[in-house]
Write a protein that binds this ligand. Structure first.
Ligand code: URA
Length: 265
């Protein structure tokens, strides 16, 4: 009988695909190594930053420089260790001189990010900074929505993984806010995951419902007093957001419901 791969084995396979398919060759040539992700593949929370910097490029791990130290401190402040969550970036090679990642670089890595999400099946994604937010929910401004969780349905899985290099125009279709109509449709998060591979067959596409909490980027907030405090305050909401996801309140409580029914008889 074919043995199911562990989540970590599936992540390793995605990492190998990025290397084998030479995704984002231009960035790769200037970088020391791929910075794929770090932490627990079984985590309920995934943190997504922008792109590796100098320290990350040297060590092959995300968020290990000054911004990473700050991130670790904030994690500790809510009782979490880095090893208990999963951390990755939109772009997985360091852009030269830490310049902003280009739209085509973000688009090239997006299918692989989608596969990572599909494998991990987090309940909460915390976006760190505007690049991460804009890639996951195009059109939202971080200055307006930081600290406010949003439930979204996102396509995840494998579709287009090996063909999307440079397909920047597909970016805006990949993640969208949930409309009232979509909320009534069931999500199918398990479909590709159950297929035994990384994310199902090559054209497999699944829709996953999860919550995204947009936060400022720790590097931007590090030396900016008011943004730093805002980030710390927003970060402190994570346990409550998770609690609400895990124990959703019914729209109408049982007691209120029975009163409502009684008064409408
Ligand atoms: N900034 C990021 O966005 N990612 C890292 O991994 C480090 C710094």
């Amino acid at each position: 009988m074919k043995q199911a791969l562990t989540k970590q084995a599936k992540l390793d396979q995605i990492r190998a695909d990025i290397l084998d398919l030479n995704i984002c060759e231009g960035l790769r040539q200037n970088a020391t190594q791929l910075v794929f992700g770090d932490g627990s593949a079984d985590s309920e929370i995934v943190f997504i930053g922008e792109a590796p910097g100098k320290s990350e490029d040297e060590q092959g791990l995300p968020f290990v420089g000054a911004a990473g130290k700050f991130l670790n401190e904030m994690l500790a402040s809510i009782g979490l260790e880095r090893s208990e969550v999963y951390i990755t970036n939109i772009v997985k090679y360091r852009p030269p001189a830490n310049r902003d990642p280009l739209p085509e670089e973000k688009a090239a890595f997006l299918p692989y990010l989608r596969q990572q999400i599909m494998v991990i099946q987090p309940k909460l994604i915390v976006t760190l900074g505007r690049h991460s937010l804009e890639t996951l929910i195009p059109g939202l401004r971080i200055s307006e929505c930081h600290g406010r969780p949003k439930r979204v349905k996102i396509p995840v899985g494998r579709q287009g993984a090996s063909t999307m290099q440079g397909a920047g125009e597909q970016r805006t279709e990949l993640y969208k806010n949930v409309t009232a109509k979509e909320q009534t449709q069931p999500a199918t998060p398990q479909r590709a995951a159950n297929d035994g591979g990384v994310g199902g067959s090559a054209d497999e596409q699944a829709i996953m419902s999860l919550v995204i909490l947009p936060l400022f980027h720790p590097a931007a907030a590090l030396y900016n007093g008011s943004m730093r405090q805002t980030l710390i305050n927003d970060f402190a909401k994570i346990p409550k957001v998770l609690e609400q996801i895990n124990n959703p309140k019914p729209a109408i409580s049982k007691s209120k419901e029975s009163k409502y029914v009684a008064s409408n008889r």
